[in-house]
Write a protein that binds this ligand. Structure first.
Ligand SMILES: [Mg+2]
Ligand SMILES: [Zn+2]
Length: 257
């Protein structure tokens, strides 16, 4: 077990200052790293799961769960189970809605660059694989492993399941941090890209963090190093610079020949 994850496994997300992401300067050594993308409001331009809950709920009970979750009175699993119980939508209608949802316009070229550099892209999400896979397919995105909660349909009801819960973690439905601990080699560096509350814990356990919105605010308030981004164009430019620099270091310059 990588030592940086021991605190997650033993005491569910207790922070350790040694585990802060490295400063941007350490970007020099990430060729083999795993690039972890959050999905909602990171790959998509808004929170798709929230929009589905608002759009297809038969009452406003979801707001009570949302408030309790925001105030950390309940974890994501209890919140999602409660919110999904009010949704009435058929697979056909949900699929039609999902067909309207774009992804970041730079996602395809960012993925191509990540793979060219030798990094492994994955999606870690507290949403549901049916939603993510449908949106990615509609936008012609492939070749990214997805770790998320799952969903099945029973007529117009959505039945969730949570394959990546961590019994030691009261906050998450999909405990991204313990999943990272299980999925990555101890020495593998992690680059994390996200925006929200559920990204804070896995981002604390990553080496490089690209953050926006709530995640960025948290990192700034706690004075942890991270790189801010607005969209994947920013991250693409950063990676392209890294790729150019590392290649020019590998190649002999005219002066040295
Ligand atoms: Mg998000
Ligand atoms: Zn967790």
């Amino acid at each position: 077990m990588p030592s940086r994850y021991l605190n997650v496994i033993t005491s569910a997300h207790k922070k350790d200052s040694r585990l802060s992401p490295a400063s941007p300067e350490s970007f020099s050594d990430i060729t083999n790293c795993m690039v972890c993308f959050d999905f909602d409001n990171t790959i998509t331009p808004f929170d798709v799961l929230d929009s589905i809950i608002e759009r297809f709920s038969i009452n406003r009970d979801w707001m009570i769960f949302e408030k309790a979750w925001s105030n950390r009175l309940i974890g994501s699993k209890e919140c999602l189970e409660g919110q999904l119980s009010s949704i009435h939508v058929t697979k056909k209608d949900l699929t039609a809605y999902l067909s309207t949802i774009p992804v970041d316009p730079c996602f395809i070229k960012l993925l191509a660059l990540i793979k060219k550099i030798g990094m492994t892209p994955v999606i870690l999400s507290d949403s549901f694989s049916f939603l993510i896979k449908t949106i990615l397919k509609n936008n012609k995105i492939s070749g990214v492993r997805i770790y998320s909660n799952t969903l099945r349909f029973r007529k117009d009801r959505l039945i969730p399941s949570f394959p990546y819960t961590n019994l030691l973690c009261a906050h998450c439905a999909h405990c991204k941090t313990s999943n990272l601990a299980n999925k990555t080699h101890p020495e593998k560096k992690i680059l994390y890209i996200g925006d929200g509350l559920s990204d804070i814990c896995p981002a604390h356990h990553s080496d490089i963090v690209f953050a926006k919105s709530t995640l960025l605010k948290h990192f700034r308030e706690t004075q942890r190093p991270c790189l801010s981004f607005n969209d994947f164009g920013d991250i693409y430019n950063y990676m392209r610079e890294y790729d150019n620099e590392s290649r020019s270091k590998r190649m002999p310059t005219a002066a040295s020949v």
